[in-house]
Design a binder for this molecule. Structure first.
Ligand SMILES: [Zn+2]
Ligand SMILES: [Zn+2]
Length: 90
């Protein structure tokens, strides 16, 4: 069982994923050469999860949440996540 190549469903569409699959950059204006491996995934689950959108982002557009169960998130997702954390902290 490898993670080099597999299919996931994201937003109702089948897409190919895995570190063997070249990703077109999903962030506007970003031309980083990345793949669809878990290292570049927003969130923890391919296809999106509670906090992540399931997009693939280079390290420059990818932010550490600091939470093991949340994973690393893209800009919009980390902003939402941090907002939720602040609400919960009140
Ligand atoms: Zn995201
Ligand atoms: Zn980027």
């Amino acid at each position: 069982m490898g993670y080099a190549h597999y299919e996931i469903t994201r937003n109702g569409k089948r897409i190919e994923a895995g570190y063997g699959v070249a990703a077109t950059f999903e962030q506007d204006g970003c031309e980083a050469d990345i793949d669809r491996g878990l290292a570049y995934l927003c969130g923890k689950e391919p296809g999106g999860d509670e906090h992540g959108c399931g997009g693939y982002f280079c390290s420059e557009h990818h932010y550490m949440s600091g939470e093991e169960q949340v994973g690393d998130l893209c800009g919009p997702c980390i902003a939402t996540y941090r907002r939720e954390q602040q609400v919960n902290a009140d």
